[in-house]
Design a protein around this ligand. Structure first.
Ligand SMILES: Nc1ncnc2c1ncn2[C@@H]1O[C@H](COP(=O)(O)OP(=O)(O)O)[C@@H](O)[C@H]1O
Ligand SMILES: [Mg+2]
Length: 487
């Protein structure tokens, strides 16, 4: 079709890694095409070629029959291509509004109305005047989407950007995208989540190890997509492991949060009188719509945020004013929300990152062991992290579970960037950890995951825990109702 955008026989390699191998695809005007693939299958590399960040070794992009060479995103933008990626690309020091203005190259007062309209439409309660460095990962993604929507692109590439938005916002975003983009544009929707691909696209292209291995229409069975994505990788069974703990162990409280209040960056109370105990061998999931105090509570527990009122006990000791370092030494393992910002050193190798996590020398064998356990690819300790795909960077952040011997794991969306296979690996790692006597407090945006992993689930709304459920006695729709009831 003359009005289509095509990738033609594109290949791209990085050293001895072949990221894309002879990839061709066509997107017609008005179409939403999903590109589905496991972590490291080449999705982001393809997106970056469309957006002028990488140039292909072979092959080219064609727009309406015309061959284009992009040597920067500015070139791609001139042709109407905009990308929202899994990593927010914002200027931290500027406000939300200023970021949008810079991206659109328009004065602030010309876009003020439009930005506020979209903020209202999303109903996320962030102010256009907020400096971006104060926003959470999810909030930053809203800003990216606002940028993208207001640019009215001819091709919008969404690279894992919506994967972890709460479902109602995801639907809202897609509605808006359709309204704005589909007028005379199209969307490439990149994801590693099969249900998401099925829900939001009309055609699905599966990438595996840099190659197009299948093209499907919307009615394809889930299992067929899974097979195309992963080949015959044996399915990981997540068993609820039988806990081999004595009565007294099961009764012993590892973490006890007593009437804790925490302020946010503006001095506003973000956590209000939260009390919560976690027993040995127990996993507690904290769920809620993003921005209801989860981040502040999490940071307070690990020692990155001052507590305004209340007390935290870990293994019976008062740690309210104990430094993060000491907490780690006591057996608290923290896996932050955004591995790129807080979790790893991108300019160091896998081996170097692990050495820092463990603060001791790690034998070669142990290193390979950890890499294998988490299925980190490429499985090379000497590779620098900025060369890994997003999912694999997250796995390196998660490897701190193995770098020490934790008693309590506090994690924020630990599977955010992982494909189904890798997520299951992590979930089974965490449940096994709990079965052998470890405890975990997991802040989760994915309710299915919370229900799979958590023994109990706490719902946070406006800084308070408004409900506490046994995971066997509650379902997803009930949790969703409680999460939004006071909204
Ligand atoms: N800048 C780079 N340098 C070296 N290797 C890279 C670089 N970018 C991506 N790769 C490699 O290319 C492969 C595909 O990565 P990517 O496109 O990010 O995967 P996906 O987005 O599907 O998870 C991975 O093996 C990754 O390690
Ligand atoms: Mg990617």
């Amino acid at each position: 079709m003359s009005d289509s955008i095509r990738a033609v026989k594109i290949s791209k390699r990085f050293g001895d890694v072949i990221a894309l191998d002879d990839v061709s695809l066509t997107i017609d005007s008005g179409e939403i095409v999903a590109v589905l693939g496991e972590n490291g299958s080449g999705k982001s590399t393809l997106a970056k070629i469309f957006y002028g960040i990488y140039t292909p070794d072979k092959g080219y992009i064609e727009i309406s029959g015309k061959r284009e060479v992009f040597s920067s995103p500015a070139d791609a933008k001139r042709c109407g291509i905009v990308m929202v990626s899994q990593r927010p690309q914002l200027i931290d020091e500027l406000t939300l509004l200023e970021n949008v203005a810079v991206f659109l190259n328009k004065p602030v007062d010309k876009i003020y109305g439009d930005v506020n309209l979209l903020l209202k439409e999303f109903n996320v309660g962030i102010d256009a005047a907020s400096p971006v460095y104060m926003l959470s990962y999810t909030e930053k993604q809203y800003v990216e989407m606002i940028k993208a929507l207001l640019a009215r692109p001819r091709l919008l590439i969404v690279d894992e950007a919506t994967t972890y938005l709460p479902q109602p916002l995801k639907i809202k975003f897609f509605d808006l995208m359709k309204k704005i983009v589909m007028v005379n544009g199209s969307i490439i929707f990149i994801t590693h989540k099969i249900p998401e691909a099925l829900e939001f696209s009309s055609r699905i292209i599966v990438l595996r190890k840099g190659r197009v291995v299948g093209e499907f229409d919307g009615g394809v069975p889930l299992d067929e997509l899974r097979k195309a994505m992963f080949g015959d990788t044996a399915a990981i069974q997540i068993a609820r492991h039988i806990k081999k703990l004595s009565e007294s162990e099961l009764e012993s409280t590892v973490l006890s949060i007593n009437n804790v209040s925490v302020l946010d960056e503006y001095g506003k109370r973000a956590v209000e009188g939260v009390s919560l105990g976690i027993k040995q061998g127990e996993i507690v999931g904290v769920v809620g719509v993003a921005g209801n105090g989860q981040r502040e509570l999490c940071e307070a527990i690990v020692g990155l945020r001052r507590i305004e009122k209340g007390q935290i006990l870990f293994k019976g000791k008062d740690i309210t004013y104990v430094s993060p370092n000491k907490r780690i030494a006591m057996g608290l393992c923290y896996i932050p929300e955004d591995p790129f910002r807080d979790g790893v050193f991108l300019n160091l190798t896998i081996a170097e990152n692990l050495k820092i996590f463990s603060q001791r020398k790690i034998e070669k064998k142990a290193l390979h062991n950890i890499i294998n356990k988490l299925n980190i690819t490429p499985a090379k300790p000497e590779i620098k992290l900025h060369k890994l795909s997003g999912g694999n960077v997250q796995k390196v952040a998660l490897s701190r579970i193995f770098a020490n011997i934790p008693r309590l794991i506090v994690a924020y969306n630990p599977t955010r960037m992982l494909d189904e296979y890798s997520s299951k690996l992590i979930i089974s790692t965490l449940t096994r950890f709990a079965s052998s006597g470890g405890s975990a407090l997991l802040f989760l945006e994915d309710l299915d995951e919370a229900l799979t992993m958590g023994d109990r689930i706490a719902v946070m709304v406006k800084g308070r825990i408004v409900g506490m459920y046994s995971s066997t006695a509650v379902d997803k729709s009930e949790l969703e109702k409680v999460m939004t009831i006071y909204g």
